[in-house]
Design a protein. Structure first.
Length: 344
């Protein structure tokens, strides 16, 4: 059997937009499912050390669950991933005010971010190409922006995601994928997973996860094949995990950075992340919740999955000391994230 892409109509939005589900399957029988609602990864099914296939990302078997999801499961995030402080920025002498959806801040593009949009979709050879037209003023951002998200699934269980965008005006732009990984292939938490992050520095943040502008040593948040549970803190009222931006070590040339590796000893599965982005946001799923049944026939619960969000610096537009993430007519956007699934 050779690899192929198939599709089916999965449902529609309240306004009647058609939602499709695509399956990218390789020669081994491993597959990825992606929907054009939020250009979201719905399923990744790969074998464990015993050859048993299982889901390794959190997702829902029913499209209705995505229409009601507030945790961004598998979604493409835009126009700007993570937070913009006070939902405000200045650019080229003009002030812009964004939708607030995280207290006084804007997070992941606001109330109607790209995770709530129906993308155009086409199959070209062995690639699935999702496209979105984001109008000037969308969520408060300037510029008419055209985005393509390109998915490729290889014979060796590697999922490559490429982001290409262009805008007719300068605009902050920062796209990522918000998949929650759980390599156990069950409803167990990710606390027994081990994580390595190629970073010795993090962006210091306040209690609302807004960067202070300081880049500091990761210290006790360093991940070098550490159990996730060793990095969480029990404050008495709740267990607090990791919600932190890591500045990646630039070990390789041509913007081809090893970002992270996640492993699960019980299943024998591993995930290696490589990216062109300068940083990685690690989120241990502290606030995961929902009433919809997932692939494991359970409800999403805190620490049920872990996000490895390769992206530009949070709130960089308000932090001139950070590398900037501006896309415009003369500055097209082109970044990639690669998720390689394997065995320990």
């Amino acid at each position: 059997m050779t690899g192929h892409i198939s599709s089916k109509i999965w449902g529609e939005t309240d306004s009647g937009e058609v939602i499709h589900l695509f399956r990218l399957e390789n020669e081994t029988g491993s597959y990825v499912e992606i929907t054009n609602y939020g250009a979201a990864i719905v399923s990744v099914v790969v074998p464990d050390r015993y050859g048993r296939y299982g889901h390794v990302v959190l997702g829902f078997p029913q499209v209705s669950a995505y229409l009601n999801d507030n945790c961004y499961l598998g979604s493409t995030i835009g126009r700007y991933a993570n937070r913009i402080s006070n939902a405000h920025f200045e650019l080229n002498g003009e002030s812009y005010y964004l939708e607030t959806n995280d207290g006084v801040n804007a997070n992941h593009g606001g109330l109607q971010g790209y995770n709530k949009r129906v993308f155009g979709a086409k199959i070209k050879e062995n690639s699935l190409i999702m496209s979105l037209q984001s109008e000037d003023g969308d969520g408060g951002f300037p510029g008419n922006l055209e985005l393509e998200v390109i998915y490729d699934w290889s014979h060796d269980n590697t999922l490559n995601i490429v982001y290409k965008a262009i805008s007719d005006r300068d605009t902050p732009a920062n796209f990522t994928n918000h998949t929650y990984f759980n390599l156990r292939g069950s409803d167990a938490t990710i606390l027994e997973h081990k994580l390595t992050v190629s970073a010795a520095k993090i962006a210091e943040a306040d209690d609302d996860y807004i960067p202070t502008g300081r880049i500091i040593n990761a210290a006790d948040l360093t991940f070098q094949n550490n159990l996730v549970e060793d990095k969480v803190k029990n404050t008495g009222n709740r267990i607090t995990g990791v919600n932190t931006y890591y500045v990646l070590t630039d070990e390789l040339i041509f913007k081809n950075r090893f970002a992270a590796e996640l492993t699960d000893e019980r299943s024998g599965r591993s995930l290696k992340v490589v990216t062109s982005y300068p940083g990685l946001f690690v989120y241990t799923g502290d606030f995961l919740a929902g009433d919809q049944l997932n692939h494991y026939q359970g409800k999403c619960v805190p620490f049920g999955g872990l996000c490895l969000e390769c992206q530009h610096y949070p709130d960089s537009i308000n932090r001139p000391e950070f590398p900037q993430a501006i896309t415009g007519p003369q500055r097209p956007y082109h970044e990639f994230i690669t998720f390689k699934f394997g065995l320990i």
